[in-house]
Write a protein that binds this ligand. Structure first.
Ligand code: M6R
Length: 366
């Protein structure tokens, strides 16, 4: 059942080229300019006219929501707010019938997300669900939705569900941008072609496994990790830190790299491993400076870079290269080495990777 892998988590990490492909299937054919999602079709107009979009989710699904905020605002120019479902449900949020709420959940059973949906529904908002589990409570409670088609995810740490969520949200942002005329046709076509190449590039990123295993051996006894990223890689930093915390029980924090100077830089010394996601994108020059700041304080830098980069590798202690892609799609690649890093560190520490202590796959309590 684990398909020859030692753990479900590893199997699921390695399934990602396939699960992303399944998620794209029938929804995008770049050669034909075909871009469409059946569950989304009848709501396209409503989404296009929305004054704002609210996204509610928990944990890893919340991180996918943060990526979506950047994507939708950038490609479709509609304001997006992302909120933890647990906060949203217990405060007194401003929400009405003109709002569209996107609820993201792998299991479709998360109590806080379900309660946030019920609250938004009672105010007349339109609810769109992005779930992995077919027929789940959240899938049934929403007005419309799209499934991620990642297949069953057994490991408590979410991996392939995250990349599938980000893929669906990318398609939504692209469809919205097309409908609203906020994305040029050539750019849209280029993005479609690039998105189609992502499963193959994920496959390439998975070949980093052995190299990451070696890096994991160096840092497995660290007591704390910092994860830094900017732009599209900021949510990836949060996700990398969450993965490490939940399965290896090592304290980790994800931060937007520029926030470091407002506090966390005080933590950096020669004992602090700092994972920097520093791929070639619009914030590349800025993150180069952030790496220098970490180095100046003797922090140990593990950098995720774009293939062929020779600036960051000359400054970092350890470097892993992911293939080049458009910055909008980079989270789908840059998260892969972070999933592998947390997995190997947890295994080396003798942790129960698939069923970490104190955690459940579906959090059905508030
Ligand atoms: O099933 P959901 O996507 O609603 O679950 C939300 C979180 O409980 C979940 O992502 C949790 O944070 C994972 N264990 C992260 O790996």
């Amino acid at each position: 059942e684990k398909g020859g892998y030692e753990h479900f988590m590893l199997k699921e990490i390695f399934e990602q080229p396939r699960s992303i492909l399944d998620c794209l299937r029938g929804r995008m054919i770049p050669e034909k300019g075909h871009l469409m999602m059946s569950g989304f079709f009848e709501y396209e107009n409503k989404f296009a006219k929305a004054n704002r979009i609210l996204i509610v989710a928990c944990g890893t699904s919340y991180h996918a929501g943060l990526v979506a905020e950047y994507l939708i605002e950038d490609l479709a120019r509609v304001p997006v707010e992302v909120e933890y479902a647990s906060e949203f449900r217990y405060r007194n949020p401003i929400i009405n019938e003109n709002d569209i709420v996107i609820a993201i959940s792998q299991s479709g059973e998360t109590a806080d997300t379900l309660a946030a949906i019920e609250l938004a529904k009672s105010k007349g908002a339109t609810i769109f669900g992005i779930c992995n589990v077919v027929g789940s409570s959240i899938a049934r409670a929403t007005d419309a939705g799209a499934y991620t088609h990642a297949g069953p995810e057994i490991g408590v740490a979410s991996t392939k569900a995250f990349t599938a969520q980000v893929t669906v949200l990318t398609l939504i942002a692209m469809i919205m941008g097309r409908r609203r005329g906020t994305i040029e046709t050539t750019k849209l076509n280029q993005l479609m072609v690039e998105l189609e190449s992502i499963p193959g590039k994920v496959e390439q990123a998975l070949q980093l496994d052995e190299q990451i295993q070696k890096i994991s051996a160096v840092f497995k006894d660290a007591s704390s990790f910092l994860y830094l990223g900017r732009g599209y890689n900021f949510p990836v930093a949060l996700e990398g830190a969450l993965k490490l915390k939940e399965i290896s029980y090592i304290h980790a924090e994800g931060y937007p790299a520029a926030e470091m100077k407002h506090g966390p830089i005080a933590l950096i010394d020669e004992h602090m491993p700092v994972v920097v996601i520093a791929t070639k994108d619009s914030s590349y020059e800025k993150i180069v400076s952030n790496v220098q700041e970490v180095r100046a304080r003797k922090g140990k830098v593990i950098a995720v870079v774009t293939e062929g980069d020779n600036v960051i590798p000359s400054m970092a202690d350890y470097v892993v290269e992911v293939p080049e892609t458009n910055e909008h799609l980079m989270p789908l690649l840059s998260v892969i080495p972070l999933q592998l890093l947390s997995y190997h560190i947890a295994v080396m520490r003798g942790c129960n990777v698939d069923q970490p202590r104190n955690l459940a796959k579906s959090v059905t309590v508030e």
